[in-house]
Ligand binder design. Sequence first.
Ligand SMILES: Cc1ncc(COP(=O)(O)O)c(C=O)c1O
Length: 357
Amino acid sequence: MRLAFSHTSPAADEPAVPSLPRMTPPTRIHLARLPTPLERLDRLSAAWGGPTLWVKRDDLTGFGLSGNKVRKLEFHLAAAEAAGADTVITCGAAQSNHCRTTAIACARLGLAAHLVLRTADGTDPGHPGGNHLLDRLAGAVCRFVTPADYAHRDEIMAGVAADIAASGRRPWVIPEGASDGLGMWGFVVAMEELAAQLHQALPGVPATVWHAASSGATTAGMGWAADRAGMSHHLVACSVGDTIADLERRLATIWTEAAITVDGGALPRPSLELVDDHVGLGYGQTTAAEWETQAEVTRLTGLILDPTYTGKAIHGLKVEIAAGRFDRDDHVVFWHTGGGFAVFAATVPVAVLGQPD
Ligand SMILES: Cc1ncc(COP(=O)(O)O)c(C=O)c1O
């Protein structure tokens, strides 16, 4: 299933690199190494036989800070520091990239981190691996909850914040994925960064920008920026687990918050396409075909993906190329949103990864 919002046509007098004239981003601290590179993937394009493929390397925003989450945290942690907070509380799955990035960023800034992490049975996995190991190395306090309790994550984090405040410290809560009207700004700025790079690489050529979508602020920020600046690029948010209806609800909430805090309440109608045809077995579950695609991409590009987000999204892109969605002279940018540490927590039969020809 897919759903497309109406796309804004660029005005005749559109500047070469559209910018956001009436929008002043909130305060931000600089944690990510930016701009991340935009690279062409010639061998992958040839192998898949469709459009010219590019990659936006947000896997290179920093080592422990790699991925899309650091862009959102630049705004959240600036707000936390401005409020005089000394302890940051956030939540996610045990292998959450957002929680790992928060733990590392807090270590960098001298803040304490408290993570509410979801596991299948609500217990500590014991032997941490992947992102969870990095959380521990960075000194984050980890509290584990069941999926049923995680449904009440906002109340749980409010309770943790109250306990921390009662002990004389100053807590700051960041919602799941830093996906709200503030975190969205990370990807408003990011979309402007990509638009400038595309203008250099492909002047005047509209591209399709394909990315993995989950908690929503990555999509919300890109969509907002592209729409408000009248960019002619087409954005595709490839869900990694949720239905379009769920994703749409999240986006509406984020855009509403952003409109209230930034634009005096005017709700924008950002242009983008939502796709939920490629969720496979669901969030965090990986099919053999998805692993095969992930291995193929690494062999042909050297990029390291992750099974939950980027691996699933690029598999979706491959399926759509094979189905003839794009022409040969189209350009598609795959936004690599990071997540590579999660491969160290995955177990996969070697046979599934296939062999090069
Ligand atoms: C590697 C990676 N890519 C993409 C996403 C999706 O971003 P968002 O949650 O902003 O939709 C996430 C979110 O956890 C992620 O960790």
